[in-house]
Every structure is written in C-alpha cells, then in structure tokens.
Design a protein around this ligand. Sequence first.
Ligand SMILES: [Zn+2]
Length: 460
Amino acid sequence: MNIKDISFEPTGDPFVDAGGMALEYIASRFPEKLLMELIEWAARIYVEKWDTKLNSVFHGSPITHPTTAMNVRIPKNMELFKNIISSKKNRGYCRYCSREDYLVDAGRDKSCLSGSGTLVNFHHSHEPGLMICAQCAVKYFFLPFSILQMGNLALLQTISARGKQYWMNKTVIENLNRIGKNTSEGILKSIYSNPENAIFRFAAEIITDNLTIEFDENLTLYYFTNFAASVDCEIYSIPSPVFRFMRLALKNCPQQWYRFVKRHYHISKSSWNYNESQWEKKGGAIAEEDYLNNKNDIHLKLLANESILPALQHFYKSEYLYAKPEMNNNMAIYYVREVLDMQKEQILLIKRIGSKIFELMEKECNYKKYLVMIEGSTRAYQLRSALIKIIKTNYRNGAEEPVVTMDEYVNFLFPDGSYWGEVRDLLLIFLYEKLHQHAINVAEVSDVELKETEDINEGA
Ligand SMILES: [Zn+2]
C-alpha cells in the first residue's frame, strides 16, 4: 500500500477524517516519500520533538507505552505499521470507511475512545477493538497534527470546504510551519480552555474569512481525552440555523454582535460600562484575554438550544437607552427567522403592530404608558389584554385600519405551537428601534434602569 492507494473520501468519523486530512496534506508536502517513510517522519516528530507527549491520543501504543525504552519506540512503531499494512488475517468491512479489506483491531493504542483489550464488552462481538482497515489505521496515526490542546484535546468537525480549509490552516499547516522553524514541542496549544467559547470563536473566524460568500456549515467540537482511566468526550455543536444566524449578524452588524456577546460574560467583581461597551474593574477596562475562558450566557444558550430573544430584548433596550449609533434590529430578525423559525408573516405582523403602537404613543405624547403595558406583561393573558386595550384605543381614535384583524391574530400572531413571550420580546425590540430612530428622549420613556441582566455579573 502506498499513498496513492489511500482513499481520502470522508468516512463520517471525525477522528479518521481529521487524521486523513493531515496525512493527505503532509504527503503533498513530501511527494518523494513513500507511505512508510511518512509514518516514520511522523513518529520522529512525536518521539524526538514532542517527547512522546501523546498519552491523551494513543493509550499504550509503541510511541506512548511507559515501559518501552525511548530508543526503541520508533522501530517498534514501524514494525507495528508494517504488520498492519501487510496483515492478511481478517477479511471484512471496515467500521470507519466500510470498505471491504483486511482488518486489524483498533483498541485505544491506535484510536481514541474505542474500548481496549480489557474492555471487550464495549464491542458488539467482543472484538479486541474496532475492526478497521489499514488505510484508516494509518490515517489515525496522523491525528495529532489536526487537533488542539485545550485542557482536553479539541477536534473540530466541519462540513463545508471552507470550514475544512480553516481547520487545516489552524492545525496541520501551523504544525508544519512550526516544525520547519524548529519551534514545535507538542500538540498545538489553543488560547482557549473553554470549549464552549472556542467553538464560537472558530465559527466567527470561518465566517469572517469568507464574508462575501454564502455557505452553510454545521460545526461539531469534540472535546476529548483518551488518557489512561479518565477517558472522556464532550460534544458541542453549532448547527446550521445558528451558523446562518451568526453569518448574517457578522456580515451585516458585526459590532452589535460582538457587543452583545461581550456583555454576557461572567466576570466577578467588575461592571459593564454601557457607554464604552466594556468590562471594567476599578475604573480600568478589562482585556479580552482576561475573560475569554469565562462562562458566556449567549454561547451557553445557543449550544443548549435555549432562546436568546429575552437577552436580545435587554440588549436593544440598552442600545436605545445609551443611544448607540446605527441601531437596527437586524440581529433579532436574523435570529427569529433562522433559529426560532418564525414565519415571515408573523414577523411582518409584529412589525406592523409595533408601528401602530408607536403612532398611538406619538398621538398621546405618552411613550411610557404603552411601553410599560408590554414590558410589564409577564404572562400570556397580560400581553393579550394589553393588545386588546391597544386595539380598542386605536378604534376609538377613529383609525381606518384595525391594529390587527381576527384572522391575523389567530393565524399569525399567536399560531399554535408558538411561544407568546417571543411576540412580546420582538414587539419591544421594534418599539426600541422606533424610539431610537425618532430620537425620543430617554426621560420620556422610563426611569427604570437596566437591572435585568445584572445578576449574571456574579461569579466567574
Ligand atoms: Zn477503513
């Protein structure tokens, strides 16, 4: 078997595919090397440059086995791969790529999280490991070049060509650059130790690298370790709808997005300065590197598929109260459309109701009254009764058009299965935007300070 015999089609297994990505690229950089020479090249990096610090990837392999003398680790590894590649024992279907081939058992010495000789009940027929083909075993050996150290190890699975290129640049190519400069000392270290924040940084970088191009992505971050007895894997994912929402926000209102996310870090003994949009401690701004691994409520909610619309409502209120330039509600629209799946008709209807309410506010020169009615609705019936009062007032004022028709109310405003709180939050967001656009003095609106989200400011 040589490099040209290996199929680099995705298998769907993130670890094998990431190893394959590294192998394919490294082979292209050293076209004169045969497959066994590439394996030896990688083994030399692992042993001679990385000091065999790969225990979190391969458990008990010739490279990492603690009782194996350093000077025989490379020859033992070469012998192992010679046997794998020439094995003619078990013919069958590979569990990773499903090709028919001769198979070898991949316990934790050759693959991550896959059981081992002493945990045979992990596998269907008590095999000593996953039964895989030589191609997949070889790809797996190159996995350390395409992961990051983040406390545990991190592997990003992407589906788009752009996402793949991003991860390749960040891991494989960066590794080769460092190896070239003789500064590579182990698996690349990330500035992150918080995988929840890291996956959002990766998503934002993939988007901003490709800002003018419309594409879809679905990111999964495997945060794992294959280390001794503490084997573990946590999985974080940014599904397509959240990715599309982020792409639209970062393309059309990046400053708002970053301000919104930044506001929602947990930072102890500090305060958020609304005017400067920064975290402060004893009067001085706190740098991003000091909190980038702290919990962030927006990241956590998006990962848990919980709505961020209430947080957006608070955010837009502060944008209005602190007179941020270029305020628009695009980010909220992208969110309800892409993630909450709110129908266009419902969004337009809520917008129209918002405009009618604003007309009433202007007519009565009373902004506070209507805002309090809607903001103060903490139950569905309160919002409904507030809307009915508004419908009545509009009628009494002799308006030609009703605020909302019966059909619209039933079919579009509160359709079955929708959550009433979303209607309230979006309505308020429209109203704040109107107040901002018409430069209505804050004193006319509310004497309530922004206290709703202050509770997040405790504990890190
Ligand atoms: Zn295979």
